[in-house]
Structures are given as C-alpha cells and as structure tokens.
Design a protein around this ligand. Structure first.
Ligand code: OGA
Ligand code: MN
Length: 294
C-alpha cells in the first residue's frame, strides 16, 4: 500500500489515497501523512468510515489529544452526545435531533461560521484538527480553508515588517461577542479568559511564516482597540481571498485533517432542520506562540 497525495488547490490542500485509516498504520505511513501535512496544510481522505475509537487512535499518531475543556460552553455530562475526547461539532442533541433554534449550544457553535484557527483561544493552541463526516447535511455546510502561509507571502514587505512582532489577544468571548451571543456566565468568563498569540508564526518543521489570524483575536498589545481591529479585519480580508481558499464539499465518510498553525477554516450555513453530524478530534500543540524565537 503506498500513499499518494494529489494537490487540490494552487497553493495547498491535498487528497490522499492508498491508506485505510480504520486499520493500524506503520511508522512509514504516519511519516508520509505528517510530511503531507507540513507541505499541504490540509489533507482530505475520502471513503473512510470510522468509529470514534478509530478516529481517536488515528489522531494519536500525531500527538496527544487536546483536552476539550474550555473550548465550548460547559455541557452537563448527562447532556453529552459523544464521549470526552471527541469534540461535538454537529447540530444535534443527545437524542440525535437537531438542537432547538434558541439552544445556547447551537448559538455558540454558529461561531464556527467565522474564519478561525482551532483553539487559538488556548495558551498552547492546537496542532491538528481531524473532522469526520458521519451525516452530511443536504444543503450547504461546506467547509472552507485558507492558506495563511500564502497569505503572509503575498503581503507587501512593509506590512510584513510592521506586523512581525505583534502579539494579539484571543478569546472565545470575542468571536462569540462579535455575533451577539447572549451573556456569558461567571464560569464561562473565567474559562474564556484571553490568551496571547503572535500574529506571525513560524512553522516548526518547514520554517515557513504564516499569518496567525482567528475570529477569537480581538486586540493587539500596545495598540488602541479600533486600530487593532481594523488591522485584523484588513488582514482577514486579504487572507481569505479566493486565491488562498479551498472549498470542501462534504461526502459521507470524508475525513479532513488540517494544520491549525498554518491554515484557517470556517463552515458555511446549512439547513439546521436536518442533521449534520461531524465529529472532531484535536491534536494538542506543544508550545506557546509567544515563546517562538523571533
Ligand atoms: C471545527 C469546525 C467546521 C465544520 O470542527 O473546528 O470549525 O465544518 N468545524 O463543522
Ligand atoms: Mn474549527
């Protein structure tokens, strides 16, 4: 079995063939996938039916799974639909029915429709995310990815120099606040306390620089807020031009894996009266971006 990767977009994104993710993988296959991630930023695997256990086992080849705590509004254990270790990104309640229109869980998850990088609101943000399609929604629900290395490379050199050492504040309260999400509880405020992230990241393996943007970013240290937010908006607009964006149209049993250190993503609107069951595992990062050598 030999792994092959076909490039899907002029800058990034690959479709992988020649591997069955539900089966144990040898170290050669894991190394080929990791090298593909470094190069392409996102990898698409088609026709990969997975159980939650198989998805977690595959994900663990690339590092430890991130502890999901603090990544969502707290859900009581008895209200969870899927086990701890899996992030529920679906629109479903524990009985498998679409969440009520005014459900806080649903309104919070709508935040995934803003461009973001997973866990940029954590002091040590995520390395990879892996999303598996268990039920595809009949209308909409494409996921879009932006190549933040290509976006960085295309900035003019004055702007690159201006932003080189900037540090942003990221919080779930900012991304959700931008959508008018209703009041946070004291518990949520404590959980969602802002963290610091460099605006320009260097990939630990390839050394390539990328813009580290996310809807969670709401300020820049040492800069008045309106000035920071307009700069972040401009950079987001630049980074999400079609030239840097790959659109994924889901099929049942697709698995997509993305590198949060060099890409952003968002899901588009879909028919919320119908189920969309997508389940995410997240591979934890290992370092704070503010500790990155300049
Ligand atoms: C995520 C996410 C996008 C989607 O799982 O991190 O943003 O397509 N999901 O549901
Ligand atoms: Mn996400």
């Amino acid at each position: 079995m030999s792994i092959q990767i076909r490039q899907l977009h002029s800058c990034f994104a690959g479709e992988v063939s020649g591997v069955t993710l539900s089966q144990p993988l040898d170290s050669e296959a894991v190394a080929a996938i990791e090298a593909g991630m470094d190069r392409f930023g996102i990898l698409v695997f088609r026709d990969q039916p997975l159980t939650d256990e198989q998805q977690m086992a595959f994900s663990r080849h690339f590092g430890e799974l991130e502890n999901a705590r603090g990544g969502n509004i707290p859900v009581k254990p008895e209200d969870r639909r899927i086990q701890v270790g899996m992030n529920d990104v679906s629109n479903l309640d524990k009985d498998g029915k679409p969440l009520a229109r005014d459900s806080r869980q649903r309104l919070f998850n709508i935040g995934n429709m803003l461009w973001h990088s997973d866990s940029s609101f954590r002091a040590i943000p995520a390395k990879y995310s892996l999303l598996s399609a268990r039920i595809v929604n009949p209308t909409g629900g494409n996921t879009e990815f932006a190549d933040m290395r290509a976006a960085y490379d295309a900035l003019d050199s004055d702007l690159q120099a201006e932003i080189e050492d900037l540090v942003c504040e990221h919080s779930l309260m900012h991304s959700r606040g931008a959508l008018g999400f209703p009041e946070f509880t004291d518990e949520e405020r404590a959980l969602f306390k802002p963290v610091l992230q460099r605006l320009v990241r260097v990939h630990p393996v390839t050394g390539r620089k990328s813009l580290y943007l996310s809807s969670h970013a709401g300020g820049i240290l040492g800069m008045p807020t309106p000035e920071a937010r307009i700069l972040l908006r401009d950079l987001n607009e630049h980074a999400t031009q079609p030239a840097f964006v790959h659109v994924h149209r889901w099929r049942l049993n697709d698995l997509i894996m993305w590198d949060n250190r060099q890409t952003m993503h968002r899901v588009r609107r879909y028919d919320d009266s119908q189920p969309r069951d997508v389940r995410r595992t997240t591979v934890a990062g290992t370092a704070m971006t503010v500790d990155q050598a300049a």
